[in-house]
Design a protein around this ligand. Structure first.
Ligand code: CP3
Length: 357
């Protein structure tokens, strides 16, 4: 787990458990509305057109990297692109994403296809290829691909958009579990092909986002989430790209995230990194978990939180990140402070290592 492979990007080395002078840092949803550069582009082009224009999407992916120097560049896209390729019509409005034709019956599920990722979502692979070209001069920075996990995608596809009580997907779970399993299985097949195509196109790390798996009980998670995480993780070309698994609201579910066998367990801000390490053990790297709202505070409140997290995370098997995506109202200057503080920890750790005892 710790053999040095220093030609790999810092983020990849951290995912593999290598010891280093400081952890890598990137932020979930780091490209987006908190950046004026992003808002300027969005004034001219709709969100979906942006996702489907490789030049613009690559530019937006690089905006946070150019502004703050994160150690990872996550491709700009959305988790709801594959469901569109499977046959649904997705729309992104001010109230968040919605489907025009949500799944209401087993027959709707059976009509969905498992799309060829290159044929149907070739624009995603074009974005990744462009980004690898742009990052060729900086082999320390990793290109990150991603997908939504089956449960979260199924939630949007069945509810038709954001939901409060998840009554429709739970209805499927209670009344027609076989149909829901068929959907989750189709989604898993789709995501395996999609992520492997991303790896082929140049993604060096991939993250699975399961934003809504945390609404389930442990028994439900074991039946409707874990087998699909396992299926996907087992189906990926892991030699080429380590896998990060993120579940929001994962308190009480972390041992099941570990059971899926990712390289990295991404922890939300409700569980401490220390507690998470005790639960998942040392076989996994951890990612997380600053509260995104901490970025709204003064530098005097933010920096001690960042330093405390650096202390807990340590220099081995740890990726500095937020506990959930960055919020649109986040002050840009605090993002800069955060990234700089993580980077400055390299100097501190060197002083500590070499200081006379
Ligand atoms: O991380 C990055 O910078 C890459 C881009 C990225 C987006 N969405 C862009 C986006 C990623 C990794 C996602 C993942 C995503 N999308 C998730 C999982 C992560 C999480 O935060 O839980 C989910 C649940 C979605 C679905 C989605 N897309 C929602 C709920 C929304 C609306 C809410 C919101 O933040 O606006 C979107 C739209 C979306 N996806 C935007 C961006 C930048 C905002 C669209 C705009 O510009 O108007």
């Amino acid at each position: 787990m710790t053999s040095p492979q220093s030609n790999l990007p810092r983020l990849v080395r951290a995912c593999k458990g290598e010891i280093m002078d400081r952890p890598p840092v990137w932020l979930m949803r780091q490209a987006g509305r908190y950046m004026p550069e992003y808002r300027a582009i969005r004034e001219k082009v709709s969100f979906l057109d942006l996702c489907k224009s490789p030049d613009l999407a690559a530019e937006v992916s690089l905006q946070p990297y150019h502004a703050f120097g994160m150690d990872g560049v996550i491709m700009f896209s959305d988790i709801l692109i594959p469901p569109e390729a499977m046959g649904l019509t997705v729309m992104f409005g001010d109230g968040g994403p919605t489907f025009a034709d949500p799944l209401r019956s087993a027959a709707d599920i059976d009509r969905l296809t498992v799309p060829d990722p290159v044929q149907k979502t070739g624009f995603v692979m074009d974005i990744l290829r462009k980004l690898r070209g742009e990052l060729a001069a900086d082999p320390e920075t990793a290109l990150i691909g991603f997908a939504g996990s089956p449960w979260t995608l199924a939630t949007y596809m069945i509810e038709g958009g954001a939901s409060k009580h998840f009554a429709r997907i739970k209805g499927f779970m209670f009344e027609q579990p076989e149909a829901l399993h068929r959907l989750l299985d189709k989604l898993s097949q789709t995501i395996i092909l999609y992520l492997n195509a991303q790896i082929e196109a140049g993604a060096q790390v991939v993250q699975l986002f399961d934003t809504w798996a945390g609404i389930l009980s442990e028994a439900e998670y074991r039946e409707f989430v874990l087998p699909y995480h396992q299926q996907i993780i087992d189906g990926l070309n892991r030699k080429q790209a380590p896998v990060i698994l993120y579940v929001n609201n994962s308190r009480g579910l972390l041992h099941l995230m570990a059971e899926a066998g990712p390289d990295v367990v991404s922890v939300d801000h409700l569980t401490s990194i220390q507690a998470a390490r005790e639960i998942v053990g040392s076989r996994f790297a951890l990612q997380g978990n600053l509260d995104p709202v901490a970025l709204f505070g003064s530098p005097e409140s933010l920096i001690p939180k960042v330093n405390a997290l650096l202390e807990l995370g340590g220099n081995q098997g740890y990726v500095f990140n937020l506990g959930h995506g960055i919020l649109p109202e986040t002050p840009v200057e605090n993002v800069r402070l955060l990234v700089n503080a993580v980077k400055a920890s390299a100097a501190t750790s060197e002083t500590l290592t070499h200081a006379p005892i």
